[in-house]
Design a protein around this ligand. Structure first.
Ligand code: ASP
Length: 308
């Protein structure tokens, strides 16, 4: 695969061999971290995190990743209010300026396509850390790495994607990566209002991926190797009433979690609201906190790939 300069969409990752290499690199990062054996390959390099939407895991893990590799960070955690954006500066001017201070920019924005637009003018690598209802490619890399670590394989899996498939950008990025592996079957479980957009269904058809759509967990969750639960994205609804209709349609409680196959895993990009009860955390299938931790190592591997 041609060396990537920017990371904008999961669709840029077309080569399973590259993903395997990246996962091995992430695993090595984890081992080195545990044994306090990390070196400083990014010493003297700076990552700017320019976040126009809230974040905990993504921003912290990018910043921790950079610092663990010996680099530094410049951070705008509420750029909508605290950067020159409030003064009316355009994104492209902001990118032009910040790219003079930083060697890479991880950007999160409420407008789909912003990271791509930034990449067109940026002399330094742009990483899409979530663009509205668009994509969240580094989350999808963390998710695939998690599946590989937990289940030992990425082929032949039955994956249930549950919840807000309309607005959930982590799902939009996960689908192209799942599509790279043979024998993957995808169950799309959502209320009809939150159905996966047509463009993504067409993508799956184009790639010849077997998928089914439905509204019910019953009969699906029992067959899954991976049950990936998503938060209903309250911030994307036009009104609270519309959100209230769908907000708690799926709640994974201890009883439902136990209906999964013994070696299946439950994933969630977090934050969760009500969709997974805290009692599920004690279930060995609950992989979501491990998934969040894996985000650190995959971002370390990615930053090293882009910047070292
Ligand atoms: N943290 C993820 C995201 O930024 C998932 C979510 O917010 O529900 O997309």
């Amino acid at each position: 695969m041609e060396k990537l300069k920017h990371v904008i969409s999961a669709r840029q990752f077309k080569d399973p061999e590259f993903l395997l290499w990246l996962f091995e690199s992430a695993h090595q990062m984890e081992r080195d971290d545990v044994f306090r054996a990390l070196t400083d390959p990014l010493r003297g390099r700076i990552l700017a995190t320019l976040f126009f939407e809230p974040s905990t895991r993504t921003r912290f893990s990018f910043e921790a990743a950079m610092q663990k590799l010996g680099g530094g960070v410049l951070t705008a955690e509420n750029a909508r209010a605290n950067s020159s954006a409030t003064k009316g500066e355009t994104i492209s001017d902001t990118i032009r300026v910040v790219s003079g201070y930083a060697d890479a920019i991880a950007i999160r924005h409420y407008e789909p396509g912003t990271a791509e637009a930034a990449a067109r003018i940026s002399p330094v690598p742009i990483i899409n850390a979530g663009d509205g209802v668009g994509e969240h490619p580094t989350q999808a890399l963390a998710d695939m790495y998690t599946i590989k670590k937990e289940l030992g394989r990425l082929s032949g899996l039955r994956v249930a994607l549950v919840g807000d498939l309309l607005n959930g950008r982590t799902i939009h990025s996960l689908l192209p990566l799942l599509s790279l592996y043979p024998g993957v079957t995808i169950d799309l479980i959502s209320p009809w209002q939150l159905r996966l957009p047509l463009a993504y269904r067409e993508y799956l058809m184009e790639k010849g991926v077997a998928f089914h759509e439905g509204e019910k967990l019953e009969g699906v969750i029992e067959e899954a190797d991976v049950a990936y639960i998503t938060r209903v994205q309250s911030e994307r609804f036009a009104s609270k009433d519309e959100y209230d209709v769908v907000k708690d349609v799926y709640v994974i409680n201890a009883e439902i979690a136990d209906r999964l196959k013994p070696d299946a895993i439950i994933m969630h990009a977090l934050p969760r609201v009500n969709e997974i009860s805290p009692e599920v955390d004690a279930n060995a299938r609950a992989a979501y906190f491990r998934q969040a931790k894996n985000g650190l190592y995959i971002r370390m591997a990615l930053l090293k790939y882009l910047l070292a």
